[in-house]
Design a protein around this ligand. Sequence first.
Ligand SMILES: *Cc1c(COP(=O)(O)O)cnc(C)c1O
Length: 398
Amino acid sequence: MSINTDLLHAHQLHARLTGSYKPEAMAHISPIYQTSTYVLEDFDSAVYLNQHVDEGFVYTRFGSPNCDELEKKIAHLEHAEAAISLASGLGAISTAVLSIVKAGDHVVFGDVIYGCSYTLFAKVLSRLGVTYTRVDTSNVQAVADAIQPNTSLVYVETPANPTLKISDIAAISEVVHQHEGITLIVDSTFASPYLQNPLDLGADLVVHSATKYLCGHGTVTAGVVAGSKERIDRCRMPYLQCFGAVLDPFAAWLLMQGMKTLGVRMERHCSNAMKVAQFLEKHPKVDRVYYPGLESHPTHEIAKKQMHNGYGGMMSVDIKGGVDAVRKVMNNMKIFSLATSLGNVDSLIQHSPTMSHFDMSPEERHAASIFDGQVRLSIGIEDVEDLIEDLDQALKLV
Ligand SMILES: *Cc1c(COP(=O)(O)O)cnc(C)c1O
C-alpha cells in the first residue's frame, strides 16, 4: 500500500471485546491498556515470557499492547524489521546510542544537531570515557577524515535542527560501512517517514522525536527508534529495561491517532513553508532564510535527491538587527506562539541560541551558523496568507 493508506490501516488492530456481548463486536480504535502489569496464565508461561518479552506482555516497562501497535506501525513506515518506542526523543536517542557505545569508543557527530543531543555526547558520554569529533556532516570527506580506529558510531541529523543543513545519508553510509563495526544513526525528526526513509539510504538505525511531526498536535513527548530486529531487541533489553525511558500506553495511543493524518498535515506544512520561505527571502528586514526547498539553500541538491514529497515545515531566519530585532518580532507575533518544539499543526516561533541550543557555546553556535539574530519557525497548517501577514506585521516593527 502507499503511505497514506498505510498511515491509516497498517497494523491497525480491532480488539475483540471480552465478555458476553452478542453479536461479537470489535473496538474500532484500540483500547488504552492503562495497566502497569499483566496477569499471566501460569508459572511456566511466566518463566517463558520473562525470557521472551518481545512475544507477549509481562510488565509495561518491557512493552505494552499500545506501544507494540505503535512500534509495528513505525517499523512499517520506516521499512524496518522492528521499532521501539520511548518516553521522548532524547529517551530514544540515548537508548539507541548507549546500546552501541562503550568506554574507550569514539563518536562522530554533526556540528549542527539538536542542542540536547549535543549535550548527551559532549557533557554526558564524554564523562563516561567516550570521545567525540564534531564535523560538518554535509561534507562527506570531513566525515571520512574524522573516523578513527575506535569509532563505533556516526550520528547524523538531517535536516539538521535548526539550520536545516542536509547531509547525504547514502554517501555517508558508504564511507561508514567501509569500516567494520561502525553504526550509522540518523535523526530524521524534521522529515518524518513521510519525507525521508534513512534506512533505505543505508542508515543502521533511524530515530525520531515523535513529539514533533509524528504526533503533530503537541499532546505527547515520545521517541522511536527503527532498524533491524537484532538492534532493536538490544535497545529493549537491557537498555530500555535498565534506563526505563518507557512510553506510557496513553501517550502511545495518542500518537497512533495523530499519525493517521501525518500525510495530509505534511503536505500542508510543506506547501505553507515553501510560500513563507519565498516571502521571507525577499523581505527587506531579513538577511537569510534557511529552508532546504529554496534553491538558494547550500544543500538543496542533496535534499532534492534524498527527500520525497517535499522539504518539510521547518526553517530558520536571520533577522536584520540581531537580538533586539528578534525580541521585537517574537513579542509581537499574533498567530505564531512563542514556544520551543515543532511539528505541531499550529505555528511556533523560537530563538534557537537561547532555547533549543542554549547548551552549545557561542563559538560553537556561530561556527555552525546558529546566529544570535536567528529565529526558528515551525510552520503550521493555518491559511498561509495569515502566517505571511503575521510575520510581515511583526517584521515591520523592527
Ligand atoms: C526535539 C528534538 C529531539 C528531542 O526530542 P524530545 O522528544 O524533545 O526528547 C531530538 N532531535 C531533534 C531533531 C529534535 O527536534
